[in-house]
Design a protein around this ligand. Structure first.
Ligand code: DGL
Length: 268
């Protein structure tokens, strides 16, 4: 047993998709979440900048004495897997578990990937899937506007900006006749109902936050490191908490105002 918290980080709100699943799957775990809302988006930045941010995010969580780290960010998971692999506590990103789930799900072997520009450029999901099944046909597209839409909280299934943007981004996947689509950015599951409606029910959406939460549960259980806590959650953000709190409430279904704190990663 290990009662230390699980640390989860993302560039902003998106990692909450993993937190929600973690809380469902592991209700006795405490969670510390860091959302780098002062520097979101990561996905449009250079590799070096993303790596620097990833290092600082991990250090913030390590300073909170976490036992495990989830990079609930497709961009960091794609660009800095080596940083995650060399931390003093076990850590996972979202790529491998998501690739496994997509390869299992596809029947026609046509898989789509949506992510940030940095994620798509890295070809991380594509490489991980092709290693499992070289016969796949993969279509990948960067959807950076989805990040802004989610960070602004425009996630209502009838929001006209969200609906129009989804329609536009999904067109190539309809043409490619994919039967499986990887939501390779943890912000995107918040738009899943609109994406599903646009693509139709025959397309399986793979939520990278969800499969990664399951992987975390498996690793902790293998290591005999599960906790017996009350499932408390503390949220830290690097910019004013208001926007985060509002969308987090919609998404987690409860008022998190008391649990959110603003911090600065800059030392001194
Ligand atoms: N949530 C982040 C990801 O999964 C992306 C948003 C961003 O560009 O920072 O890639």
């Amino acid at each position: 047993m290990d009662n230390r918290p699980i640390g989860v980080f993302d560039s902003g709100l998106g990692g909450l998709t993993a937190v929600r699943r973690l809380q469902e799957i592991l209700p006795n775990e405490d969670i510390i979440y860091f959302g780098d809302t002062g520097r979101v988006p990561y996905g449009t930045r250079s590799e070096q900048t993303i790596r620097n941010y990833a290092q600082e995010d991990c250090q913030f969580l390590l300073d909170k004495n976490v036992k495990f780290i989830i990079a609930a960010c497709g961009t960091v998971s794609s660009v800095a897997p080596d940083i995650l692999a060399t931390l003093p506590v076990p850590a996972i990103g979202v790529v491998q578990a998501t690739a496994n789930a997509a390869v299992k799900a596809t029947e026609n072997k046509r898989v789509g990937i949506i992510g940030t520009a940095a994620t798509v450029r890295s070809r991380s999901f594509e490489k991980a899937m092709l290693e499992l099944d070289a016969a796949l046909t993969v279509t990948a597209l960067a959807c950076p506007m989805f990040v802004s839409i989610v960070e602004n909280g425009w996630i209502d299934p009838n929001d006209e900006v969200a609906v129009a943007t989804v329609r536009r981004y999904m067109a190539p996947f309809k043409t490619a006749a994919v039967d499986t689509l990887i939501l390779g950015c943890t912000h995107f599951p918040l738009l899943a109902p609109i994406i599903q409606r646009e693509l139709g029910d025959s397309v399986t959406l793979i939520d990278s936050g969800e499969v990664t939460a399951r992987r975390c549960a498996a690793v902790l259980s293998e290591r005999d490191a599960l906790a017996q806590n009350n499932g408390g959650c503390r949220f830290f953000v690097s910019d004013q908490p208001e926007g985060f709190t509002l969308t987090a409430e919609i998404f987690l279904g409860r008022d998190v105002r008391e649990e959110v704190e603003m911090v600065s990663l800059q030392k001194g």
